[in-house]
Ligand binder design. Sequence first.
Ligand code: PLP
Length: 389
Amino acid sequence: MDHKNFETIAIRTQTERSQYQEHSVPIYLTSSYVFEDAEDMRASFSEEKERNIYSRFSNPNTSEFAEKIAKMEGADTGFAFATGMSAVFSTLAALLNSGDHIISSRSVFGSTHALFTKYFPKWNISHSYFSVTEVDKIESLITPESKILFAESPTNPGVDILDLEKLGEIAKKHNLILIIDNCFATPYLQNPIKFGADLVIHSATKLIDGQGRVLGGVTVGSAELIREIYLFSRNTGPALSPFNAWILSKSLETLPVRLDRHCENALKVAEFLEADPNTANVKYPFLKSHPQYEIAKKQMKQGGNIVSFEIKGGIEAGRKFIDAIQLCSRSANLGDTRSIVTHPASTTHSKLSDEERLETGISPGLVRISVGLEHVDDIIGDLKQALNS
Ligand SMILES: Cc1ncc(COP(=O)(O)O)c(C=O)c1O
């Protein structure tokens, strides 16, 4: 039976039961699989038969996880990776050739930026950036070599929103492959394929795991594009481990209920911060003051769990605030049950110049909060005492 409701897909998409009739899917910790006879082996390797051969290619747990995300995103199929970055790298590397050009939003995750600026030039793959307020300039960046249009929305750590429908129209008009890193939204809050994306990537390490335990990544999209990505990955070996896939697939069963509470808490935290005299420029997609509020409402179900704001007083005030925090964790991860505060200018983005940081939307006093599932009064209480300290 094919289910359409998100919550039911999250729970009832599962690997076929074994002869033991287990209720919960077991962990298939096996690197390889056995064959009936020589003919079975030949037919399997020539792909006349669809079956597991070796866990670098496929495994019941990783396939279940990828299939679940594909259904949630409205994609044909997908491939699961060891990390979000292996998903980003393998997806791009599988599709690009020497001489190709990528057009990307400037506000991308730091390691994705490193791929574009440090590694891809080694293979003669170039890029052009547009800023989140310059979507109208994208067409002027297109060259005959342009192949991929890449963006994240909401962005990390600026929590800016890009208009996915506009990106979809541009990609279609100019025959570009539109790839969206949907990590901050999860498939529950936003489905980029509906707006014209060809491929959707997730770091499953964040809200998909949701409990800060394992790393993982996934790319979903059309059968044709995923086939290219699968063939590249089958040879280069970035596959997700079956154990991590099992954890992540189990986590997806509770994604909707977790996300509902994350978003409810995050909106309350954002409203509290906006009213506090020590803060400025509070950014949360579902706050009316967010510069792209209307776009967020159009493409997202709720605002997600990340709130960013500036502490008045710059980099020193930012560090002081982080030192005064008692309940929330000082950590670089996000999307955990535990609330986490980060000061990008002195940590994750400290190697960039002030100018480069500002270009990516990171001011000296910017703080990013990944709002968790503790009682919201306790989260707000901690932020309040730290702001007043
Ligand atoms: C938007 C975004 N994309 C990709 C990644 C990379 O994911 P991973 O850490 O699983 O490699 C991250 C990690 O923070 C991220 O925030």
